[in-house]
Design a protein around this ligand. Structure first.
Ligand code: ADP
Ligand code: MG
Length: 263
């Protein structure tokens, strides 16, 4: 008979960070939230699904020197387990990406089950982690679709700019389609305002508008501009390890705590 008192292992919550616009802070958010989750005692796997590999290099991994990347996993050449790389950061592992992934967009078009390849590949890893965070390229192509089909939750990092709301509406339309066709479980975990400047009138106007439509979905911590956040990647480390006392480290640490409450 089964031991009913034993708590079943919950397994990882998979959270995808997506926004089809580039330069909005997706990779910065993934790197720093992952680091903070690790410091908070969560076992974390980051999956870089952007051929630019900014998240990969943000953890100090040399993009030219990767035994197996997410590309090898997506085309079925490597088991996901074998692509996991340990990092020097607490509780934090990575499946890395580099420019080889650029070909996947094309190759996957003809593959079977092309939308659910990442989901399938990550399934055996779920029992081993508390959180799996996925970073996306700045498009709504097959790589982002794979990341959304694999996810339980979606975090949208966005800047408070005039066109951001239009982009958000477009993204949410795509999410609705993915939910309907491939992944009914997919939920908007939260919208993370990045590079916020409260002194700019436009920032606060867009923020007001955003609150009107997405009130409860907005992370209560907004990420302000902080130079340490832009310096840390060139040292190959998350900001918490680069300058623990910086504003950037403090804000992302708070967001990580909030993420744990949200999913
Ligand atoms: P994305 O992944 O959406 O393309 P990134 O995370 O790479 O965006 O951020 C774009 C650029 O802005 C990077 O050079 C990054 O270092 C910088 N950056 C991101 N967030 C901040 C911030 N809060 N303060 C200062 N610079 C930031
Ligand atoms: Mg990026």
């Amino acid at each position: 008979m089964e031991n009913t008192e034993k708590q079943p292992a919950l397994g990882a919550r998979i959270v995808t960070f997506a926004n089809q616009k580039g330069g909005v802070g997706k990779s910065t958010s993934v790197v720093n939230i992952a680091a903070s989750l690790g410091i908070l005692g969560k076992k974390v796997l980051v999956v870089d699904v952007d051929p630019q590999g900014n998240t990969t290099s943000g953890f100090g991994i040399n993009k030219k020197n990767i035994a197996a990347t997410v590309y090898d996993v997506l085309i079925g050449r490597t088991d996901a387990h074998d692509a996991v790389m340990k990092t020097p950061f607490e509780n934090l592992s990575v499946i890395a990406a580099n420019i080889s992934l650029a070909g996947a967009e094309f190759e996957l078009v003809l593959a079977d089950n092309r939308e659910a390849r990442l989901k399938k590949a990550l399934e055996p890893l779920i029992p081993e982690y508390d959180y799996i965070l996925i970073d996306c390229p700045p498009s709504l192509g097959i790589l982002t679709i794979n990341a959304l089909v694999a996810a339980h939750g979606l975090v949208v990092p966005m800047q408070c700019e005039y066109y951001s709301l239009e982009g958000l509406t477009q993204l949410m339309t795509s999410v609705k389609q993915i939910k309907k066709r491939f992944n009914p479980e997919l939920t908007l975990t939260g919208i993370l305002v990045t590079m916020y400047n409260g002194r700019l009138n436009l920032s606060s106007q867009v923020m007001d508008e955003l609150k009107k439509y997405y009130s409860t979905k907005i992370f209560s911590t907004a990420i302000h501009r902080n130079v340490k956040l832009s310096e840390a990647p060139s040292f190959g480390m998350p900001v918490y390890y680069y300058d623990k006392h910086s504003k950037g480290a403090e804000l992302y640490h708070a967001v990580a705590g909030e993420l744990i409450e949200r999913i």
